[in-house]
Design a protein around this ligand. Structure first.
Ligand SMILES: Cc1cc2nc3c(=O)[nH]c(=O)nc-3n(C[C@H](O)[C@H](O)[C@H](O)COP(=O)(O)OP(=O)(O)OC[C@H]3O[C@@H](n4cnc5c(N)ncnc54)[C@H](O)[C@@H]3O)c2cc1C
Ligand code: SF4
Length: 483
């Protein structure tokens, strides 16, 4: 262990995260931040004030004992740290990497009032990585007996959390996933350089090791309906965690040209189908020298930074508001800028131009200015007359948001939906309009975050367990979560 002096509690300076340099990382898909060493983690953890009333915990949607795990790291007891985290969070290696800590736990950290908050996310990542490297993988438990049978549809963070929690409670869980790999957006959306797929796979394996049966390539609503799961397949409850996988488009001329992708398709081709490894993979993306990305959220940043790594010389993000309104995490915007991505702020695309053979050649953009705030609370972008200009490009990636995919909900007529097509579910329990059917995550909230999907999963698992105990008094489950 390298010698690194301990910081004082309340010390001003945060321990910086070691990273790959931009010039190097734009040529590879390896993770950008390389993680704290044990000594750096201990130093950062020593900054914690050990508050009597740790406000940080109130900012965590799954209520991780943050003070407890941070002080365990400070003491060098990394096994205690990860054990503490796992009491409440089944995906710490994921959350430590992609949670928006700056608007959750770290925003409430007392130290942040005067100085920089404790780097809670980086410490969570450290503890999870230490566990993976130092502790043996958990042994596989036989499928639990004594509980009831539950079907979980969708293996993103919401579904994985429900499956893990119910298996720990002694129920027999089958997890159905439409794609050939489990993990949801963690596997097919968020790129390798932010969230290595081997890490997602290990988290999925841990959940399966609890006795959860995973069935991939299983499109529920097509192969089998929700009511068939309940009535014919003998499941006692169904959780729907099918995400928000339907990409939105702008509905402007030219969106059907070759070389226009939804961010969903683009990222899935690269992450899940290894497009970067063409011709060794079957699903390429067309090589592009200039790429335009529409949107200003994390998905737009991920698509732009992926395009850089696939060899584009110019990548432009076209966003109709200013940088202040961009929904992406600050860190992601900064990383994108360091990697050469250009922000075209206060521009809106009007039309995608054709090269005469059905391929993208350009984007016609219009300058915008900000007016009064709209219903979202953000200032409304207004077109500036006669301000059009043409940006030459060979590929366009549309990353303006996702909505509910009607594949399953459309085949489940008794399920109450809101006007956006999301499932209506009670917030504390995930109960839907169909008895025995629960829902949570993006399919209820609209495109949200990993930790919110997990929080919904935890609450739904507790409600499912409670309802089963009412329906089947005396069922032989453990009645408590076992980690
Ligand atoms: C590119 C990108 C980057 C993001 N970055 C971040 C980030 O940095 N931080 C963050 O907190 N959040 C981020 N998010 C959002 C976050 O990933 C989602 O909020 C979260 O994954 C939602 O979890 P979920 O379990 O509800 O759904 P999902 O992760 O979408 O999982 C749903 C699963 O259900 C499956 N499914 C769908 N229909 C069916 C069916 N009929 N039958 C069987 N299976 C089905 C899907 O294949 C999918 O695997 C990002 C999202 C994207 C797209
Ligand atoms: S609020 Fe900040 S300083 Fe206080 S216990 Fe939590 S992490 Fe430590």
């Amino acid at each position: 262990m390298e010698p690194v002096a301990k910081a004082r509690p309340g010390s001003v300076a945060r321990v910086p995260m070691p990273m790959q340099e931009p010039a190097e990382r734009i040529h590879n898909f390896q993770e950008v931040p390389t993680g704290y060493t044990p000594a750096l983690a201990q130093r950062e953890a020593s900054r914690c004030l050990e508050c009597k009333d740790p406000l940080c915990v109130r900012g965590c949607p799954v209520g991780v004992d943050i003070r407890g795990f941070v002080t365990a790291i400070r003491d060098g007891d990394f096994a205690r740290a990860i054990h503490t985290i796992r009491q409440d969070n089944a995906l710490p290696a994921v959350c430590g990497r992609v949670c928006p800590q700056e608007t959750q736990c770290e925003q409430l950290c007392v130290l942040g009032k005067k100085h920089e908050p404790v780097a809670i996310g980086r410490l969570e990542r450290f503890a999870a990585d230490w566990e993976r490297e130092q502790l043996p993988a958990p042994s596989v438990r036989p499928e639990p007996r004594g509980g009831r049978r539950i079907a979980v549809v969708g293996s993103g963070p919401a579904g994985l959390t429900v499956a893990g929690d119910l298996a720990r409670l002694g129920h027999s869980v089958t997890l159905f996933e439409a794609l050939h790999k489990a993990g949801g957006v963690l596997m097919y959306g968020i790129p390798e350089f932010r969230l290595p797929k081997a890490i997602v796979q290990e988290e999925v394996d841990r959940i399966c090791a609890l006795g959860v049966k995973l069935v991939t390539n299983a499109v529920i609503g097509r192969m089998i309906t929700v009511s068939e799961l309940l009535e014919e397949e003998g499941f006692d409850g169904v959780f729907l965690g099918v995400g928000a996988g339907l990409p939105w488009f702008l509905d402007i001329p030219g969106e059907n040209l070759n070389g226009v992708y939804s961010a969903n398709e683009y990222l899935t081709r690269v992450n899940l189908m290894s497009a970067w490894d063409f011709p060794n993979s079957d699903t390429p993306v067309r090589p592009a020298r200039r790429v335009a990305v529409f949107g200003g959220g994390n998905v737009a940043m991920d698509a732009a930074r992926t395009a850089v790594r696939l060899g584009a010389e110019e990548v432009h993000i076209i966003y109709r508001r200013s940088r202040e309104e961009m929904p992406a995490r600050q860190e992601e915007i900064e990383h994108a800028l360091e990697e050469g991505v250009r922000l075209q702020l206060l521009y809106s695309p009007l039309r995608i131009g054709d090269d005469g053979a059905g391929n993208v050649r350009s984007v016609l953009c219009q300058r915008m200015e900000l007016g009064e705030p709209d219903s979202s609370g953000r200032r409304r972008p207004l077109p500036v007359p006669n301000s059009e200009f043409e940006l030459e490009t060979d590929a366009v990636i549309v990353a303006i948001g996702n909505g509910a995919n009607p594949l399953l909900t459309g085949a489940t007529p008794q399920l109450e939906l809101n006007r956006k097509g999301n499932i209506v579910a009670e917030s504390g329990s995930g109960r839907t309009s169909i008895p025995g059917v629960y829902a949570g995550g993006d399919i209820v909230l609209g495109a949200a975050t990993v930790i919110l999907a997990m929080g919904a999963g935890r609450r739904a698992a507790a409600a499912i367990h409670h309802d089963l105990q009412v329906r089947f008094p005396g069922i032989g489950t453990t009645g408590e979560f076992h980690h």
